[in-house]
Design a protein around this ligand. Structure first.
Ligand code: CP
Length: 309
């Protein structure tokens, strides 16, 4: 979390609370402006001749394509760096990779899973580092989520959101985003899958007060937004049987939506249709899932151009 600004160091975006409330709203305003520019076909080459290095340890559809397309639309360039395509895959220390990359590119986007690894990249980089997902946080996803909620609800005033399912990295960054925008958040999760206490504490420090419950029906009943994600993330495949059993009753489908017929449905994707969400729910008029996916593009362009200006 950023507590003071050092003008000699680049700003990084490792989690949502690296931004103040005012900075977050500035980035979201810029995301809306970029969306309008794309829709109108207006030129917005704000990162002309700048290069983004994109470091990916695992597969990605949305993060990879939205960052790469975003840099193209901004007049810049993105380089895909799979771990095995560079010396990192052969044991080069992260700090050396980070320092060398800083001599070539204007910013680094890293999807490196272990959160301490993105922190090392940031510590040794002379250029902004953006967290493209770790086991603890997915702040770029939260930017797109907040942009989507703001569009759907015409602002953040009085909005209530329910996270339903695993209190994972997406949920943790979303909780911080809700705290910064005064969204009233309820987390409905089976016992043992709650958000980390440390994240709850950070959310409270930002003025949020997330409620945790094990009752999915109660949690969705007053919600404007229902947000879910996979029950089994990459690396948790061995826990499939236990998790499928534990999350019974938490599926976003007809049984729950009966209690929330007006709520909008969100999912960060990829979805496991038939597990955490039904085919009917994701295809229904309540779903804003693909607007949410589109907003990854606009929100990331906004945070990149803001960090680099
Ligand atoms: N939501 C998300 O990060 O999608 P990808 O894993 O496809 O990038």
């Amino acid at each position: 979390m950023t507590t003071e600004t050092d003008d000699t160091q680049p700003r990084h975006f490792l989690d949502v609370d690296d931004l103040t409330e005012t900075e977050l709203l500035t980035v979201l305003d810029r995301a809306t402006a970029y969306k309008r520019a794309v829709e109108a076909g207006d030129d917005h080459a704000d990162l002309e001749d700048q290069t983004l290095g994109m470091l990916f340890q695992k597969a990605s559809t949305r993060t990879r394509v939205s960052f790469e397309t975003g840099m193209t639309q901004l007049g810049g360039h993105a380089i895909f760096l799979g771990e095995d395509d560079i010396q990192l895959g052969r044991g080069e220390p992260l700090k050396d990779t980070s320092r060398a990359l800083s001599r070539y590119v204007d910013a680094v986007m890293a999807r490196v899973f272990k959160h301490e690894n993105v922190e090392v990249l940031a510590e040794y980089a002379d250029v902004p580092v953006v967290n493209g997902l770790t086991d603890d946080a997915h702040p770029c996803q939260t930017l797109a989520d907040l942009q989507t909620i703001r569009e759907q609800e015409d602002g953040f005033d009085g909005v209530s959101a329910t996270w339903i399912g695993d209190g994972n990295n997406v949920a943790q960054s979303f909780a911080l985003g809700c705290a910064l925008t005064d969204i009233d958040l309820t987390v409905a999760t089976p016992e043992g899958y709650e958000l980390d206490d440390e994240v709850l504490e950070r959310a409270r420090e930002l003025g949020g007060d997330p409620t945790t419950t094990t009752d999915p029906i109660e949690a969705v009943s007053d919600a404007d937004i229902i947000y879910t994600d996979v029950w089994i993330s990459m690396g948790q495949e061995d826990e499939r049987d236990v998790r499928m059993n534990d999350f019974e009753g938490f599926q976003v489908g007809a049984d729950l939506l009966e209690y929330a017929p007006e709520a909008s449905i969100m999912h960060c994707l990829p979805a496991h249709r038939g597990e955490e969400i039904t085919d009917e729910a994701i295809e229904s008029d309540q779903s804003i899932v693909f607007d949410q996916a589109e907003n990854r593009l606009h929100a990331q362009k906004a945070v990149l151009s803001w960090l680099l200006e």
